[in-house]
Design a protein around this ligand. Sequence first.
Ligand code: AKG
Ligand code: FE2
Length: 333
Amino acid sequence: MDTLEIDATELQAITQLLDKLEGTFERLDTEEALHQVAVHAHELPSRLRLALNAFRLERMSGVLRIRGYQVDDDRLGPTPGHWRESRNPSPAHREELLLVMLSSLVGDPFGWATQQDGRLIHDIIPIQGHEQEQMGTSSEALLTWHTEDAFHLLRGDFLAFSCLRNPYAAVTTIGFVDTLKLTDRTRSVLAQPRFNILPDNSHKAKNNSPGTAESFAYVEEMLNNPAPVAVLFGDLDKPYIRADPYFMTVQDGDDEARAALAELADAVEDDMHDLRLEAGEFCFLDNFRVVHGRKPFKARFDGTDRWLKRVNVTSDLRKSRGARTSAGSRSIH
Ligand SMILES: O=C(O)CCC(=O)C(=O)O
Ligand SMILES: [Fe+2]
């Protein structure tokens, strides 16, 4: 993992930039705001911009932690009990603004019409009733390692988090694909389109408000009729990954693919790293080069729970033009 510690001078520059901009953008999810914010990102301290560019160009491990920003915990108020209860204007507007600025330096933020009612910026918080689910909103269950939105052809290249609070130091887990120990034979099987990846539950209509998502047609299609895909791709010596074992199957009778997937799961689990996100920390994951999950934790449901903001980032918005709710929108369906 790579870590950048923001120093006092940089913190002052960031604070001044946020002071200047926070009143300008009431919403961050409009075409205009996203354009403007991406340009203001170039006013951030150069060490941050250099680090994010190095991250984008794969000159780093695939995890970049940016530490040293201070969150005003009182301003945030209680952690919401559900992402639907998130307030507007957001009490975390400054952190969301900084998250979108930083994200704009690695690509372009986007969201899903089928997730969190189409919001661009997600709240990752424990939700009562979801304790045992395989979702960011669960708590007591182990969140099995995964590529984010692995089922989707247009999944993000990167994933960005802002940690607002994590009082009990819940652990995000990270697996680095660069250093995975797999036999050549297994690599070659994993590189063949012999695996089905079903949509995870966060994309299902039952976990969105009725009528809010533009269309669940693609998600339905992927549920009922998943096209077989490869798990490893790119350069097989240093592969990219696309996997979410909890939601994966192989064709009936394809024991070789099943064994390769099991070997991959063992290799990833043997070398998982703990990441305890702290309040004020921003964290970027390379969604092609690392997988992530989360260890179980006990949520409190009293307004003091862990609270992350999350945004998906793509290297190429143009690829999804026909799959967004309109050509100008950032919402894929
Ligand atoms: O809560 C976490 O640490 C990560 C959860 C997760 O998988 C996600 O937000 O994509
Ligand atoms: Fe995830």
